[in-house]
Structure formats: structure tokens, C-alpha cells
Design a protein around this ligand. Structure first.
Ligand code: NAP
Length: 216
């Protein structure tokens, strides 16, 4: 599949490596695609066949476009690409917006919903925002199965994203579809608890698991 990733930071690099290993065709979208330091940092990925271009270039390439930019910058990045260029692409939204005081930039209506409202012809699926980048691409590194969540209005887009999760090692049983894009609020707010748990156990590389009730 043709995947574009907006951003070249921790998440974009991890996902690009994971999906490149699974055989996908990847373009990273950057504000500085010709920056020598960036190209040095990305050398291993470039050697693996990943390309780097502008945000618009990554979007043009993509069947699935991943938003891996800071949540406070995401709307500006997407608006710079434009609704016409995003139309019909699945937007996999990983982002969470943090303000300087570590509170959420979208405390009422989530970033995922804001993106969906602004780009109605681009189905948005929120996922990955409840786990660290290392676990995103290596769920088998955990001591047991974890749960990963999907939020989005479009069933086909969620099926496409589930396939990409499977390519990274997430079993079908580990994926919990929460419902429409409004459920992205819970995923984004979990970021606050995520930080607390990470401090308490002194690691970001953990998962959470939904434990259903015992059946009678
Ligand atoms: N780190 C995690 O494990 C994790 C887990 C779950 C969710 N998230 C969320 O995923 C998103 C990406 O996280 P990350 O850790 O990869 O962040 P990061 O390392 O800071 O990377 C973000 C990238 O976004 C691009 N970007 C575009 N506009 C920007 C702007 N105005 N300011 C700064 N960067 C801008 C930059 O790439 P260019 O310089 O090439 O343009 C930058 O490298 C965030 O929303 C974060 O909350 C992260």
C-alpha cells in the first residue's frame, strides 16, 4: 500500500520502519525535506527504500496518510495541503496536542473530530494515540496482549487501518473499535493517564488491556 506520513519525528520514523519491513511503499512528509541533518538522521530508512518529500508530496503519494505531527500543529499542516488534495484518502491520526503546561490543546472536541469536520471527504481514523512508538510497531515486546483502539465514522477506512495494524503484529483480538470519531476524545484524553502511568512504572513501553467480565 502507498503510505504517506506527515512528520519525520519519533512516531513517523518508527511507523515508516515497521511498514517498510512489511513491504509498503512509504513517503515521509517534512517541512525540510532537503535538510542535510534530517537526511543523515533518516539514512537507515532511506536505505530501506523510504523516501522523503514535502507534506503535499507525501499526501499525493498516499492511499493512507498518517498524521504524526504535534497535535498543536496538525490543522495548519493539513490546511497547507488542502482539502482537495486530501479527498478520498484515509487519514490515520496518531496525534495528541499538548500545550506548554502539559494540558491538552483539544480538551473538549478532540483533534480527530476537528480534522474530520474540516475535511469531510477524508475519512479519519484515530488510533495509536494510547501507546508509545516502540510498542506501536512491536506489540510482541509486551509481556502479554494489549488493547489498541479505533475511532472513526467510516467502516472501510477502519478496515484498512486494521490491516495496517495487523502488518505491525496487532492481532484481530487486540483491536477494539470504539465507534465514531467522537470517541477519539477518550483516546486523546488517555494521554494524560499515559504520562502518569509512565512515571509510575518508569517506562513508556507499556500497553493497556481491556479485561471483559467473566462470563457466567
Ligand atoms: N512519541 C510517541 O511515542 C507518541 C505516542 C502516541 C502519540 N504521539 C503523538 O504523535 C505525534 C508525533 O509525535 P512524535 O513523538 O513523533 O513527535 P516529534 O518527534 O516531535 O515529531 C513531530 C514531527 O512533526 C513535524 N512537524 C510539522 N509541523 C511541525 C511543527 N509546527 N512543530 C514541530 N514539528 C512539526 C516535524 O517533522 P519535520 O521537521 O520533518 O517537518 C516533527 O519531526 C504527536 O502528536 C504526539 O502527541 C506520540
Amino acid at each position: 500500500m502507498r503510505i504517506g506520513l506527515l512528520g519525520t519525528g519519533h512516531v513517523a520514523q518508527a511507523l515508516a520502519a515497521g511498514w517498510a519491513r512489511a513491504g509498503h511503499d512509504i513517503v515521509l512528509g517534512s517541512r525540510r525535506p532537503e535538510d542535510a541533518d534530517l537526511l543523515t538522521e533518516l539514512k537507515e530508512l532511506l536505505d530501506a527504500g523510504v523516501r522523503v518529500g514535502t507534506s503535499s508530496g507525501a499526501a499525493a503519494h498516499a492511499e493512507v496518510l498518517v498524521n504524526a505531527t504535534p497535535g498543536t500543529a496538525s490543522m495548519a499542516v493539513l490546511e497547507s495541503i488542502g482539502a482537495a488534495a486530501l479527498e478520498g484518502k484515509v487519514l490515520l491520526d496518531v496525534a495528541v496536542g499538548f500545550l506548554e503546561d502539559k494540558s491538552l490543546s483539544h480538551p473538549v472536541v478532540s483533534l480527530g473530530e476537528e480534522i474530520q469536520q474540516a475535511f469531510p471527504a477524508t475519512p479519519v481514523v484515530k488510533t495509536f494515540s494510547t501507546i508509545d512508538r516502540v510498542v506501536m510497531v512491536d506489540p510482541g515486546s509486551l509481556s502479554g496482549p494489549a488493547t489498541i483502539f479505533l475511532s472513526g465514522d467510516d467502516a472501510d477506512a477502519k478496515r484498512t487501518v486494521s490491516g495496517l495494524l495487523a502488518d505491525l503484529g496487532w492481532s484481530e483480538e487486540s483491536v477494539l473499535d470504539l465507534g465514531g470519531i467522537e470517541t477519539a476524545r477518550g483516546q486523546e484524553h488517555f494521554a494524560l493517564l499515559f504520562v502518569g502511568i509512565a512515571r509510575a512504572i518508569d517506562s513508556f513501553a507499556f500497553g493497556i488491556r481491556v479485561v471483559p467480565p467473566a462470563t457466567a
